[in-house]
Design a binder for this molecule. Structure first.
Ligand code: FAD
Length: 393
């Protein structure tokens, strides 16, 4: 249905036609309520286009125990709309999906556009949903048990208001109604460290990043991609969420760039190359690109002009130790974050994600203090929470 400026009064207004807002609208529309779904962009679900490298990794079949994949245990929510129920939901709408060998689920077309198309087709099906695109939410007032929603296209009124705006927009609403939030911090983001320009754009796979958080050892393995001053790739993204949850990007990470070999095995491999009498960096041939070799030698403070036969056992031990333990100081993060950590605390919301402070005000998706790993977890939360709120409206 087209946006009609004369329509001012609604049962429900949903701010944000992203992943959570769309499912919330579809689910609540089943009660024949009059719904206004607003988004500042020109297409509902547009942000999904960039997800999963354009393929939209819409969920992950491996999700329990949820605290392994999210910042906290959200089993009670996920059980209400689990990955298999989400897939069933999308299947009914016409989207066919498959799971890869890491249980990440994608549309069979391998295109995020399929997900956007299916959601938009479905939104059009319901006459009681008015989609107001290119409409930016600006502020809200609560007067006589009604919400007055102020936008750049005029003011609208409703009994129940849902904030599904992702990222930071929710902060002002939460503050206005005295709802407790944790500061929004970029997460699933590349880590900024000392200069890594000499190895920029080099990928190492597998590598293991290690981090100590509150006395606990965290390890993530997979592909690491060096940037000009830092580290990217899924492993770095997942590690970034620990910094985000702590509220600051500041600390030491160690990278094992040969995790499938012990320090002793690496020592033996390198020692066998000693007799070749080659320039020292040639001892990494067949294992690392030369730039990575130079980085290791640099950290070990070993002169590149030496030859392998002049290396002592202790020096080879030091190289092996360094390969297992490259140290980087995380100083901040890049601006390519996929999600925000933080948001409205679940403890300030009911089981149906309604504010305990403010009647008929709901939050779903990324605006809640729920953030997950890479691999479909954040969208799973968006779908789950959107449906839970949709049921409650
Ligand atoms: C590059 C990238 C890749 C990603 N890949 C994946 C992936 O493969 N799998 C996965 O699980 N997660 C992925 N994510 C994360 C995932 O996209 C989010 O977790 C998810 O979209 C959150 O859903 P949401 O409904 O809460 O918010 P969003 O999808 O962000 O939707 C919020 C909507 O609100 C609108 N809005 C915001 N402010 C206003 C306002 N003031 N007025 C009106 N409208 C407003 C926005 O335009 C937007 O359409 C990725 C994120 C990025 C950035």
């Amino acid at each position: 249905m087209c946006y009609n400026h004369d329509m001012k009064n609604y049962d429900i207004i949903i701010v944000g036609a992203g992943a959570s807002g769309c499912l919330c609208a579809l689910q609540s529309s089943k009660n024949n309520k009059k719904i206004l779904l607003i988004d500042k962009l020109k297409t509902a679900g547009k942000k999904l286009m960039v997800t999963g490298n354009g393929r939209c990794n819409l969920t992950n079949l491996n999700i329990f125990p949820s605290e392994k994949y999210f910042n906290q245990n959200i089993d009670e929510y996920i059980k209400r709309y689990s990955p298999s129920l989400i897939l069933e939901y999308f299947k009914k709408m016409g989207l066919i999906c498959y799971a890869d060998n890491e249980n990440r689920v994608y549309p069979i077309s391998n295109s995020a556009k399929s997900v956007i198309d299916i959601l938009n087709n479905q939104l059009l099906k319901y006459n009681n949903i008015t989609l107001a695109l290119d409409t930016e939410f600006e502020a809200v007032e609560y007067i006589n048990e009604k919400y007055e929603v102020k936008t750049n296209k005029g003011n609208f009124f409703c009994e129940k208001l849902v904030i599904a705006s992702g990222g930071k927009t929710a902060d002002n609403v939460a503050k206005k109604f005295g709802i407790q939030t944790k500061p929004f911090t970029p997460s699933l983001v590349s880590l900024k460290t000392q200069s890594t320009r000499t190895v920029e754009n080099i990928r190492i796979n597998p590598a293991t990043i290690k981090l100590k958080v509150k006395g606990q050892n965290i390890e993530e393995s997979g592909e690491v991609l060096f940037k000009d001053s830092g580290i990217s790739g899924i492993v770095a993204f997942n590690i970034s969420s620990f910094f985000a949850r702590a509220g600051k990007f500041d600390g030491i990470i160690n990278i094992d760039i040969l995790p499938n070999f012990s320090e002793k095995e690496i020592f033996e491999i390198l020692k066998r190359r000693k007799s070749l009498s080659l320039p020292i960096n040639k001892m990494f041939d067949g294992i690392f690109l030369p730039a990575v070799g130079y980085l290791i030698l640099n950290i070990c403070k070993l002169d590149e002009d030496r030859t392998t036969d002049k290396l002592s056992d202790n020096e080879i031990k030091l190289i092996a130790k360094t390969i297992k333990n490259l140290t980087f100081e995380v100083k901040s993060c890049y601006s390519n974050n996929q999600v925000y950590s933080g948001g409205v605390l679940l403890s300030s919301l009911s089981k149906n994600l309604e504010s305990k402070e403010q009647k008929n005000l709901y939050f779903c998706g990324e605006v809640c203090d729920v953030d997950g790993k890479c691999g479909g977890y954040n969208l799973q939360w968006a779908w789950t929470s959107g449906l839970i709120v949709g049921d409650a409206l």
